[in-house]
Design a protein around this ligand. Structure first.
Ligand SMILES: Cc1ncc(COP(=O)(O)O)c(C=O)c1O
Length: 380
Protein backbone atom coordinates (compact mmCIF):
# COMPACT_ATOMS: atom_id res chain seq x y z
CA UNK A 1 0.00 0.00 0.00
CA UNK A 2 1.23 3.52 -0.78
CA UNK A 3 2.00 5.61 2.33
CA UNK A 4 -0.65 8.20 3.33
CA UNK A 5 0.69 11.58 2.23
CA UNK A 6 0.76 14.26 4.92
CA UNK A 7 -0.60 17.31 3.20
CA UNK A 8 -2.00 20.35 5.02
CA UNK A 9 -5.16 22.19 3.98
CA UNK A 10 -4.45 24.65 1.21
CA UNK A 11 -4.68 28.21 2.55
CA UNK A 12 -3.93 30.74 -0.19
CA UNK A 13 -2.69 34.24 0.68
CA UNK A 14 -4.86 37.34 0.18
CA UNK A 15 -3.71 38.69 -3.15
CA UNK A 16 -4.94 41.79 -4.93
CA UNK A 17 -5.83 40.54 -8.41
CA UNK A 18 -5.18 43.19 -11.04
CA UNK A 19 -4.43 40.97 -14.00
CA UNK A 20 -6.68 39.91 -16.89
CA UNK A 21 -8.78 37.70 -14.59
CA UNK A 22 -9.68 36.14 -12.31
CA UNK A 23 -10.40 39.44 -10.58
CA UNK A 24 -10.87 40.11 -6.88
CA UNK A 25 -14.04 38.31 -5.78
CA UNK A 26 -16.60 40.24 -3.71
CA UNK A 27 -16.38 39.06 -0.05
CA UNK A 28 -20.16 38.49 -0.01
CA UNK A 29 -19.81 36.26 -3.10
CA UNK A 30 -17.18 34.12 -1.35
CA UNK A 31 -19.42 33.75 1.66
CA UNK A 32 -22.47 32.96 -0.51
CA UNK A 33 -20.47 30.12 -2.01
CA UNK A 34 -19.82 28.55 1.37
CA UNK A 35 -23.54 28.21 2.23
CA UNK A 36 -24.89 24.65 2.59
CA UNK A 37 -25.08 22.61 -0.57
CA UNK A 38 -28.64 21.55 -1.42
CA UNK A 39 -29.93 19.23 -4.13
CA UNK A 40 -29.81 20.68 -7.63
CA UNK A 41 -33.46 19.75 -8.19
CA UNK A 42 -34.55 20.98 -4.74
CA UNK A 43 -37.47 23.40 -5.33
CA UNK A 44 -35.57 26.12 -3.45
CA UNK A 45 -32.56 25.69 -5.72
CA UNK A 46 -34.78 25.74 -8.82
CA UNK A 47 -36.28 29.02 -7.55
CA UNK A 48 -32.76 30.42 -7.13
CA UNK A 49 -31.97 29.42 -10.74
CA UNK A 50 -35.02 31.32 -11.98
CA UNK A 51 -33.75 34.42 -10.20
CA UNK A 52 -30.27 33.81 -11.56
CA UNK A 53 -31.63 33.67 -15.09
CA UNK A 54 -33.43 37.01 -14.56
CA UNK A 55 -30.19 38.51 -13.22
CA UNK A 56 -28.21 37.28 -16.24
CA UNK A 57 -30.90 38.76 -18.51
CA UNK A 58 -30.50 42.07 -16.69
CA UNK A 59 -26.69 42.03 -17.00
CA UNK A 60 -26.94 41.26 -20.73
CA UNK A 61 -29.92 43.65 -21.16
CA UNK A 62 -31.97 41.00 -22.89
CA UNK A 63 -35.33 39.33 -22.69
CA UNK A 64 -33.99 36.24 -24.48
CA UNK A 65 -35.66 33.13 -23.10
CA UNK A 66 -32.59 31.00 -23.79
CA UNK A 67 -30.37 32.65 -21.18
CA UNK A 68 -28.42 30.61 -18.66
CA UNK A 69 -25.02 29.95 -17.10
CA UNK A 70 -23.00 27.16 -18.71
CA UNK A 71 -21.43 24.99 -15.98
CA UNK A 72 -17.89 25.64 -17.21
CA UNK A 73 -15.63 28.63 -17.93
CA UNK A 74 -15.77 31.20 -20.73
CA UNK A 75 -14.12 28.86 -23.24
CA UNK A 76 -17.11 26.54 -22.85
CA UNK A 77 -19.42 29.52 -23.42
CA UNK A 78 -17.53 30.17 -26.65
CA UNK A 79 -17.84 26.55 -27.68
CA UNK A 80 -21.55 26.50 -26.74
CA UNK A 81 -22.28 29.31 -29.19
CA UNK A 82 -20.29 27.78 -32.03
CA UNK A 83 -21.27 24.11 -31.71
CA UNK A 84 -24.97 24.83 -31.33
CA UNK A 85 -25.30 27.27 -34.18
CA UNK A 86 -22.68 26.48 -36.80
CA UNK A 87 -23.00 23.32 -38.92
CA UNK A 88 -20.32 21.62 -40.98
CA UNK A 89 -19.86 23.31 -44.36
CA UNK A 90 -21.25 26.68 -43.28
CA UNK A 91 -19.25 29.88 -43.59
CA UNK A 92 -18.38 32.18 -40.67
CA UNK A 93 -16.71 35.60 -40.86
CA UNK A 94 -14.33 35.59 -37.88
CA UNK A 95 -12.71 38.83 -36.73
CA UNK A 96 -9.25 38.42 -35.27
CA UNK A 97 -7.47 41.22 -33.42
CA UNK A 98 -5.94 39.18 -30.60
CA UNK A 99 -5.78 35.75 -28.98
CA UNK A 100 -9.50 35.14 -28.55
CA UNK A 101 -10.52 35.88 -32.14
CA UNK A 102 -8.03 33.20 -33.14
CA UNK A 103 -9.71 30.77 -30.74
CA UNK A 104 -13.02 31.51 -32.44
CA UNK A 105 -11.44 30.57 -35.76
CA UNK A 106 -10.26 27.27 -34.29
CA UNK A 107 -13.77 26.53 -33.01
CA UNK A 108 -15.20 27.10 -36.49
CA UNK A 109 -12.64 24.87 -38.18
CA UNK A 110 -13.09 22.04 -35.68
CA UNK A 111 -16.78 22.00 -36.56
CA UNK A 112 -15.85 21.44 -40.20
CA UNK A 113 -17.13 24.88 -41.16
CA UNK A 114 -15.19 27.52 -43.09
CA UNK A 115 -13.71 30.53 -41.30
CA UNK A 116 -13.16 33.67 -43.34
CA UNK A 117 -10.75 35.62 -41.17
CA UNK A 118 -10.82 39.41 -40.99
CA UNK A 119 -7.52 40.47 -39.44
CA UNK A 120 -6.81 43.63 -37.55
CA UNK A 121 -3.55 44.64 -35.91
CA UNK A 122 -3.13 43.62 -32.28
CA UNK A 123 -4.25 46.57 -30.15
CA UNK A 124 -6.74 47.82 -32.72
CA UNK A 125 -10.50 47.34 -32.62
CA UNK A 126 -12.24 45.30 -35.33
CA UNK A 127 -12.66 47.50 -38.40
CA UNK A 128 -16.33 47.75 -39.49
CA UNK A 129 -15.14 48.62 -43.00
CA UNK A 130 -13.10 45.40 -43.33
CA UNK A 131 -16.06 43.43 -41.94
CA UNK A 132 -18.42 45.04 -44.44
CA UNK A 133 -15.98 44.18 -47.26
CA UNK A 134 -15.83 40.53 -46.11
CA UNK A 135 -19.61 40.28 -45.80
CA UNK A 136 -20.01 41.69 -49.30
CA UNK A 137 -17.35 39.35 -50.72
CA UNK A 138 -18.98 36.32 -49.04
CA UNK A 139 -22.75 36.61 -49.45
CA UNK A 140 -23.06 32.93 -48.45
CA UNK A 141 -21.66 33.62 -44.94
CA UNK A 142 -24.14 32.71 -42.22
CA UNK A 143 -22.41 34.23 -39.16
CA UNK A 144 -20.28 37.12 -38.03
CA UNK A 145 -18.16 36.36 -34.94
CA UNK A 146 -16.08 38.85 -32.98
CA UNK A 147 -14.68 39.63 -29.53
CA UNK A 148 -16.25 42.70 -27.95
CA UNK A 149 -13.43 43.25 -25.43
CA UNK A 150 -10.12 41.66 -26.51
CA UNK A 151 -8.43 40.75 -23.22
CA UNK A 152 -5.08 40.07 -24.86
CA UNK A 153 -4.70 43.72 -25.94
CA UNK A 154 -7.31 45.82 -24.12
CA UNK A 155 -9.15 46.89 -27.30
CA UNK A 156 -12.90 47.50 -27.36
CA UNK A 157 -14.73 46.92 -30.64
CA UNK A 158 -17.94 48.62 -31.72
CA UNK A 159 -20.37 45.74 -31.16
CA UNK A 160 -23.44 47.79 -32.06
CA UNK A 161 -22.14 48.71 -35.54
CA UNK A 162 -20.78 45.20 -36.18
CA UNK A 163 -24.12 43.60 -35.29
CA UNK A 164 -25.96 46.05 -37.56
CA UNK A 165 -23.67 44.95 -40.39
CA UNK A 166 -24.39 41.29 -39.60
CA UNK A 167 -28.14 41.98 -39.78
CA UNK A 168 -27.80 43.94 -43.03
CA UNK A 169 -26.08 40.92 -44.60
CA UNK A 170 -28.49 38.40 -43.10
CA UNK A 171 -25.94 36.87 -40.75
CA UNK A 172 -26.29 35.86 -37.12
CA UNK A 173 -23.83 37.53 -34.77
CA UNK A 174 -21.76 35.59 -32.22
CA UNK A 175 -20.19 37.88 -29.63
CA UNK A 176 -17.52 37.22 -26.99
CA UNK A 177 -18.35 39.34 -23.93
CA UNK A 178 -16.10 37.52 -21.46
CA UNK A 179 -14.30 40.70 -20.43
CA UNK A 180 -16.92 43.28 -21.42
CA UNK A 181 -19.94 42.14 -19.36
CA UNK A 182 -20.41 44.46 -16.38
CA UNK A 183 -17.44 46.69 -17.30
CA UNK A 184 -18.55 48.57 -20.41
CA UNK A 185 -21.84 49.30 -22.17
CA UNK A 186 -23.41 46.16 -23.60
CA UNK A 187 -27.03 45.91 -24.77
CA UNK A 188 -27.88 42.56 -26.29
CA UNK A 189 -31.44 43.29 -27.42
CA UNK A 190 -30.93 46.89 -28.55
CA UNK A 191 -27.83 45.97 -30.53
CA UNK A 192 -29.39 42.84 -32.05
CA UNK A 193 -26.80 40.36 -30.77
CA UNK A 194 -27.81 36.75 -31.58
CA UNK A 195 -25.48 34.65 -29.45
CA UNK A 196 -23.33 35.93 -26.62
CA UNK A 197 -21.19 34.39 -23.90
CA UNK A 198 -19.27 35.73 -20.94
CA UNK A 199 -17.29 34.53 -17.92
CA UNK A 200 -17.89 34.77 -14.20
CA UNK A 201 -14.33 35.74 -13.26
CA UNK A 202 -13.87 39.17 -14.87
CA UNK A 203 -16.11 42.21 -14.28
CA UNK A 204 -18.71 40.12 -12.43
CA UNK A 205 -16.09 39.43 -9.72
CA UNK A 206 -17.44 35.97 -9.11
CA UNK A 207 -15.41 32.79 -8.71
CA UNK A 208 -14.12 31.39 -12.03
CA UNK A 209 -15.76 28.49 -13.80
CA UNK A 210 -19.15 29.66 -15.09
CA UNK A 211 -20.19 31.18 -18.38
CA UNK A 212 -23.40 33.20 -18.79
CA UNK A 213 -24.78 32.78 -22.34
CA UNK A 214 -27.81 34.03 -24.22
CA UNK A 215 -29.37 33.16 -27.60
CA UNK A 216 -31.84 35.39 -29.49
CA UNK A 217 -35.07 33.98 -30.96
CA UNK A 218 -33.35 33.89 -34.37
CA UNK A 219 -30.45 31.90 -32.92
CA UNK A 220 -32.86 29.46 -31.26
CA UNK A 221 -34.62 29.02 -34.61
CA UNK A 222 -31.30 28.23 -36.27
CA UNK A 223 -30.60 25.69 -33.53
CA UNK A 224 -33.98 23.99 -33.91
CA UNK A 225 -33.62 23.80 -37.69
CA UNK A 226 -30.23 22.06 -37.64
CA UNK A 227 -29.80 19.24 -40.10
CA UNK A 228 -27.12 17.57 -37.99
CA UNK A 229 -27.15 16.93 -34.23
CA UNK A 230 -24.99 19.18 -32.05
CA UNK A 231 -21.74 17.22 -31.78
CA UNK A 232 -21.27 18.02 -28.09
CA UNK A 233 -23.75 16.26 -25.84
CA UNK A 234 -22.83 18.34 -22.77
CA UNK A 235 -23.13 21.72 -24.50
CA UNK A 236 -26.25 20.92 -26.56
CA UNK A 237 -28.54 23.78 -25.52
CA UNK A 238 -31.72 22.00 -26.52
CA UNK A 239 -30.92 19.41 -23.82
CA UNK A 240 -29.58 21.91 -21.27
CA UNK A 241 -32.76 24.00 -21.48
CA UNK A 242 -34.72 21.02 -20.19
CA UNK A 243 -32.78 21.56 -17.00
CA UNK A 244 -32.72 25.36 -16.85
CA UNK A 245 -36.31 25.53 -18.09
CA UNK A 246 -38.48 28.54 -18.59
CA UNK A 247 -39.28 30.57 -15.49
CA UNK A 248 -42.96 30.91 -16.39
CA UNK A 249 -43.66 27.75 -18.40
CA UNK A 250 -44.24 25.61 -15.32
CA UNK A 251 -42.46 22.77 -17.18
CA UNK A 252 -40.82 20.24 -14.89
CA UNK A 253 -37.02 20.44 -14.73
CA UNK A 254 -35.30 17.29 -15.80
CA UNK A 255 -31.82 16.15 -14.86
CA UNK A 256 -29.15 16.95 -17.43
CA UNK A 257 -25.97 17.25 -15.34
CA UNK A 258 -25.29 18.00 -11.70
CA UNK A 259 -25.16 21.76 -11.51
CA UNK A 260 -22.20 23.35 -9.68
CA UNK A 261 -24.62 24.27 -6.89
CA UNK A 262 -22.35 26.44 -4.73
CA UNK A 263 -20.73 28.20 -7.68
CA UNK A 264 -24.23 29.16 -8.86
CA UNK A 265 -24.96 30.67 -5.42
CA UNK A 266 -21.83 32.76 -6.00
CA UNK A 267 -22.94 33.92 -9.46
CA UNK A 268 -26.39 34.74 -8.11
CA UNK A 269 -24.80 36.92 -5.41
CA UNK A 270 -22.36 38.68 -7.75
CA UNK A 271 -25.11 39.53 -10.23
CA UNK A 272 -27.33 40.67 -7.36
CA UNK A 273 -24.54 43.04 -6.28
CA UNK A 274 -24.26 44.30 -9.87
CA UNK A 275 -28.02 44.86 -10.09
CA UNK A 276 -27.97 46.68 -6.75
CA UNK A 277 -25.24 49.02 -8.00
CA UNK A 278 -26.97 49.41 -11.38
CA UNK A 279 -25.33 48.52 -14.68
CA UNK A 280 -24.74 52.08 -15.82
CA UNK A 281 -23.18 53.01 -12.48
CA UNK A 282 -20.87 50.00 -12.76
CA UNK A 283 -19.80 51.03 -16.28
CA UNK A 284 -19.12 54.57 -15.01
CA UNK A 285 -17.13 53.29 -12.01
CA UNK A 286 -14.86 51.28 -14.32
CA UNK A 287 -14.32 54.39 -16.45
CA UNK A 288 -13.57 56.59 -13.43
CA UNK A 289 -11.04 54.12 -12.02
CA UNK A 290 -9.41 53.79 -15.43
CA UNK A 291 -8.97 57.58 -15.62
CA UNK A 292 -7.25 57.64 -12.21
CA UNK A 293 -5.02 54.70 -13.11
CA UNK A 294 -4.19 56.22 -16.49
CA UNK A 295 -3.11 59.51 -14.90
CA UNK A 296 -0.79 57.65 -12.51
CA UNK A 297 0.67 55.33 -15.13
CA UNK A 298 1.32 58.24 -17.46
CA UNK A 299 3.18 60.03 -14.64
CA UNK A 300 5.35 56.92 -14.33
CA UNK A 301 6.17 57.27 -18.02
CA UNK A 302 4.19 54.21 -19.15
CA UNK A 303 2.38 54.29 -22.49
CA UNK A 304 -0.74 52.41 -23.55
CA UNK A 305 -0.94 49.78 -26.28
CA UNK A 306 -4.45 50.81 -27.36
CA UNK A 307 -5.50 54.28 -28.51
CA UNK A 308 -7.75 56.15 -26.10
CA UNK A 309 -10.87 56.00 -28.33
CA UNK A 310 -11.02 52.19 -28.25
CA UNK A 311 -9.38 51.46 -24.90
CA UNK A 312 -11.06 49.18 -22.38
CA UNK A 313 -11.26 50.75 -18.91
CA UNK A 314 -11.11 47.31 -17.30
CA UNK A 315 -8.00 46.05 -19.14
CA UNK A 316 -5.07 48.44 -19.33
CA UNK A 317 -2.25 47.15 -21.51
CA UNK A 318 0.92 49.25 -21.15
CA UNK A 319 4.30 48.77 -22.78
CA UNK A 320 7.09 47.56 -20.49
CA UNK A 321 9.78 50.29 -20.37
CA UNK A 322 13.08 49.52 -22.12
CA UNK A 323 15.60 47.69 -19.94
CA UNK A 324 13.02 46.58 -17.36
CA UNK A 325 12.86 42.88 -16.54
CA UNK A 326 9.21 41.88 -17.09
CA UNK A 327 9.18 38.69 -15.03
CA UNK A 328 11.19 40.17 -12.17
CA UNK A 329 8.84 43.15 -11.76
CA UNK A 330 5.75 40.94 -11.73
CA UNK A 331 7.41 38.55 -9.28
CA UNK A 332 8.39 41.41 -6.97
CA UNK A 333 4.85 42.84 -7.06
CA UNK A 334 3.52 39.42 -6.11
CA UNK A 335 5.97 38.62 -3.34
CA UNK A 336 6.37 42.07 -1.79
CA UNK A 337 2.91 43.59 -2.35
CA UNK A 338 0.70 40.52 -2.87
CA UNK A 339 -0.30 42.21 -6.10
CA UNK A 340 -0.87 40.34 -9.35
CA UNK A 341 -0.71 42.11 -12.69
CA UNK A 342 -0.89 40.28 -16.01
CA UNK A 343 1.88 39.42 -18.42
CA UNK A 344 1.54 40.15 -22.12
CA UNK A 345 -0.11 37.43 -24.19
CA UNK A 346 0.66 36.21 -27.72
CA UNK A 347 2.23 38.99 -29.79
CA UNK A 348 2.52 41.16 -26.66
CA UNK A 349 4.31 38.53 -24.52
CA UNK A 350 7.34 40.17 -22.88
CA UNK A 351 6.35 43.55 -24.35
CA UNK A 352 3.37 44.64 -22.27
CA UNK A 353 1.73 44.33 -18.88
CA UNK A 354 -2.02 43.96 -18.58
CA UNK A 355 -3.48 45.74 -15.57
CA UNK A 356 -7.05 44.74 -14.81
CA UNK A 357 -9.64 46.94 -13.13
CA UNK A 358 -12.48 44.49 -13.09
CA UNK A 359 -15.65 44.44 -10.99
CA UNK A 360 -14.80 44.61 -7.29
CA UNK A 361 -11.20 45.31 -8.33
CA UNK A 362 -12.20 48.62 -9.93
CA UNK A 363 -11.85 50.71 -6.80
CA UNK A 364 -9.60 53.41 -5.40
CA UNK A 365 -7.62 51.20 -3.00
CA UNK A 366 -6.55 48.91 -5.84
CA UNK A 367 -5.53 51.77 -8.11
CA UNK A 368 -3.52 53.38 -5.30
CA UNK A 369 -1.79 50.12 -4.39
CA UNK A 370 -0.90 49.38 -8.00
CA UNK A 371 0.54 52.84 -8.66
CA UNK A 372 2.53 52.90 -5.41
CA UNK A 373 3.90 49.38 -5.90
CA UNK A 374 4.84 49.96 -9.55
CA UNK A 375 6.53 53.24 -8.71
CA UNK A 376 8.58 51.67 -5.92
CA UNK A 377 9.58 48.62 -7.93
CA UNK A 378 10.41 50.57 -11.08
CA UNK A 379 12.47 53.13 -9.14
CA UNK A 380 14.55 50.34 -7.66
C1 LIG B 1 -12.10 37.50 -24.40
C2 LIG B 1 -12.00 36.14 -23.77
N1 LIG B 1 -12.65 35.11 -24.33
C3 LIG B 1 -12.60 33.87 -23.81
C4 LIG B 1 -11.88 33.60 -22.67
C5 LIG B 1 -11.83 32.22 -22.11
O1 LIG B 1 -12.42 32.21 -20.85
P1 LIG B 1 -11.99 31.11 -19.75
O2 LIG B 1 -10.56 31.35 -19.44
O3 LIG B 1 -12.92 31.44 -18.60
O4 LIG B 1 -12.24 29.79 -20.33
C6 LIG B 1 -11.18 34.64 -22.05
C7 LIG B 1 -10.36 34.40 -20.86
O5 LIG B 1 -9.57 35.20 -20.44
C8 LIG B 1 -11.25 35.93 -22.62
O6 LIG B 1 -10.59 36.96 -22.05
Amino acid sequence: MLPVPTINSFVPPHRTLMGPGPSDVYPQVLSAQSRPTIGHLDPLFVGMMDELKALIQYAFQTENEMTLAVSAPGSAGMETCFVNLVEPGEKVIVCRNGVFGERMRQNVERIGATAVVVDNEWGEPVSPQLVEDALTAHPDAKFLAFVHAETSTGALSDAKTLCQLAQKHDCLSIVDAVTSLGGVELRVDDWGIDAIYSGSQKCLSCVPGLSPVSFSAKAVEKLTQRKTPVQSWFLDQSLVMGYWGSANSGAKRSYHHTAPVNALYALHESLRVLAEEGLENAWQRHQNMHQTLKAGLTKLGLTFVVQECSRLPQLNAVYIPQGVDDAQVRQQLLSEYNLEIGAGLGALAGKAWRIGLMGYGARKENVALCLRALEEVLTQ
